[in-house]
Write a protein that binds this ligand. Structure first.
Ligand code: GAR
Length: 209
């Protein structure tokens, strides 16, 4: 099973979905650690309660973004990471770090990329009058929310939705999508090659059937 480390900054509900999926010994990845850049991240307690090793690498403890990312890299190496999953990790990573882990690091974004990169995706989807919204798992490259797409899941925007109801619907889709995408990467059925996603069989990597 591929040794996988999850990077978080907050609540960690996607992290928990990955840990729960990997609890099944038939799942091709095992979650060997969780790293947070915030000491107060709620997900740290959740991970610990599930018996997963946790590390805090706070930005404030380092003189620069580069030094912070070097420390995160060292924690990943110490944990023996083969795959890195960003799950609500809210800090941009430096180019050197991203290049080192390129093809082995994936992220979940709460929108159907390439629409709605960045923050506040649910309110922006509502403001734009979208009738469909969703989430994307992609390989991480140096440009924010821009790496090759692995899998997407769409949800409807319902009349009367507000940010709370829409984000909850998308989050439910995220919790199903992220474990599926990690499985494909861990099995080697999906890889990044020449800046694109390559699929090695005909399994359709979206969650809408
Ligand atoms: C998730 O919705 C994730 O897609 C989003 O933050 C939330 C984290 O929730 N990520 C981003 O916005 C990345 N720019 P979680 O901590 O409960 O998984």
């Amino acid at each position: 099973r591929k040794r996988t480390v999850v990077l978080i900054s907050g609540r960690g509900s996607n992290m928990a979905a990955l840990i729960d999926a990997a609890d099944d010994s038939a799942f091709p990845a095992e979650i060997v650690g969780v790293i947070s850049d915030k000491a107060g991240a709620g997900g740290l307690g959740v991970a610990a309660s599930k018996g997963i090793a946790t590390r805090v690498v706070s930005r404030g403890d380092f003189p620069s973004k580069e030094a912070h990312d070097v420390a995160i890299d060292a924690a990943l190496v110490e944990l023996g990471a083969e795959i890195v999953c960003l799950a609500g990790y809210m800090r941009l990573l430096t180019t050197g770090f991203v290049e080192k882990w390129q093809g082995r690091m994936i992220n979940i974004h709460p929108a159907l990329l390439p629409l709605l990169k960045g923050l506040d995706t649910h309110q922006r989807a509502l403001d734009a009058g979208f009738r469909i919204h969703g989430c994307t798992v992609h390989f991480v490259t140096a440009a924010m929310d821009d790496g090759p797409i692995i899998a997407q899941s769409a949800v409807p925007v319902l009349i009367g939705d507000d940010e709370r109801t829409l984000s909850a619907r998308v989050l439910g889709a995220e919790h199903a999508l992220y474990p599926m995408a990690l499985r494909l990467v861990a099995e080697g059925k999906v890889r990044m090659e020449g800046g694109r996603t390559v699929f090695s069989d005909f399994e359709s990597p979206n969650h809408n059937g």
